[in-house]
Design a protein around this ligand. Structure first.
Ligand SMILES: Nc1ncnc2c1ncn2[C@@H]1O[C@H](COP(=O)(O)OP(=O)(O)O)[C@@H](O)[C@H]1O
Ligand SMILES: [Mg+2]
Length: 276
């Protein structure tokens, strides 16, 4: 009886300690997610600043054309129209890039039905810099009408991190970047793959790449901040949050494939009465 009586307070203390450790872990997870969000924004901000310059150059020169012609004695309306169209297209694109950045920065979480095609399109806009310019051939194959259940902003962050990694892996050496998305055979999940032909990941590093702060990027890359080692840690966390998973296959000298598995969107979650 004395033994049982003395055990109980210890169990109680252990339980309390466990609970407080769990709370600390949750807090740390949130903090990592937050710092990763900032790191991602830092990385893409550098790319976007570069891309904005490219977008602004034609906006300025086409607006100048239009102005000069409009102020002349015989305005060339065709030229004015063409110049304004070009300026409008470039500024619309710049606006979309800004909007994507802002929703990413807000880090809002709301689960819903997300079209994979739109998700990929939007992420490529945020990525801003055309991969072609870095000698990277981009291919996108997405099964039509593919919808997953998720938070569009967070899923964008997942894709963005994988695309930035793939681009960094191929920077200066070129290669191809393929985005593929299909329904799995069981028809319950979507599989989205990001396939690069970069240098691959050394076998000894492979088990560590999802660890927070694990990075092999010691030196600053051209125009982009050096690695934080947080990208894949948060990618995995977001995938878990979505009841999905991420797998990696890599072969040194050949390339790397990341595969994301996500639940398909529930068909029209309307208030249709439940069948009994
Ligand atoms: N597509 C890839 N090709 C080669 N190595 C990769 C790729 N993606 C990730 N890695 C490796 O995984 C490490 C961790 O990636 P990540 O968590 O995104 O951090 P960071 O990009 O800041 O280094 C990278 O430093 C790199 O060594
Ligand atoms: Mg990264």
């Amino acid at each position: 009886m004395t033994a049982a009586a003395s055990k109980q307070p210890i169990e109680q203390t252990l339980l309390e300690q466990l609970e407080s450790t769990r709370q600390q872990l949750d807090l740390l997870r949130d903090q990592i997610a937050e710092s990763q969000r900032l790191a991602t924004i830092g990385t893409i901000a550098a790319v976007i600043a570069h891309e904005f310059n490219n977008l602004l150059t034609p906006i300025v020169s086409y607006s100048q054309f239009a102005l000069q012609s409009a102020q002349s004695d015989q305005p060339d309306m065709d030229l004015v129209r063409k110049a304004l169209t070009k300026a409008f297209q470039s500024s619309t694109k710049a606006g979309r890039i800004c909007q994507s950045m802002l929703s990413l920065a807000r880090g809002q979480s709301s689960l819903g039905s997300v079209g994979v095609q739109e998700l990929v399109d939007e992420t490529l806009v945020v990525l801003a810099r055309d991969p072609q310019k870095d000698g990277i051939a981009l291919r996108v194959h997405i099964e039509p009408d593919l919808q997953v259940q998720g938070d569009v902003v967070q899923l964008e962050q997942v894709l963005l991190n994988l695309l930035i990694n793939a681009r960094q892996a191929m920077l200066g050496r070129g290669g191809s970047l393929t985005i593929k998305a299909v329904r799995t055979e069981e028809q319950t999940q979507a599989r989205i793959q990001i396939i690069d032909t970069g240098p691959g990941i050394a076998e000894k590093n492979l088990p560590r790449i999802f660890e927070p702060f694990f990075t092999t990027k010691g030196t600053a890359q051209k125009g982009e901040t050096k690695g934080t080692g947080l990208g894949l840690a948060v990618v995995r966390q977001i995938m878990e949050h979505h009841l999905g998973r991420i797998e990696v296959q890599s072969e040194v000298g050949r390339g790397t494939t990341f595969s994301l598995y996500l639940p398909l969107a529930k068909p029209a979650e309307t208030d249709a009465p439940a069948q009994s």
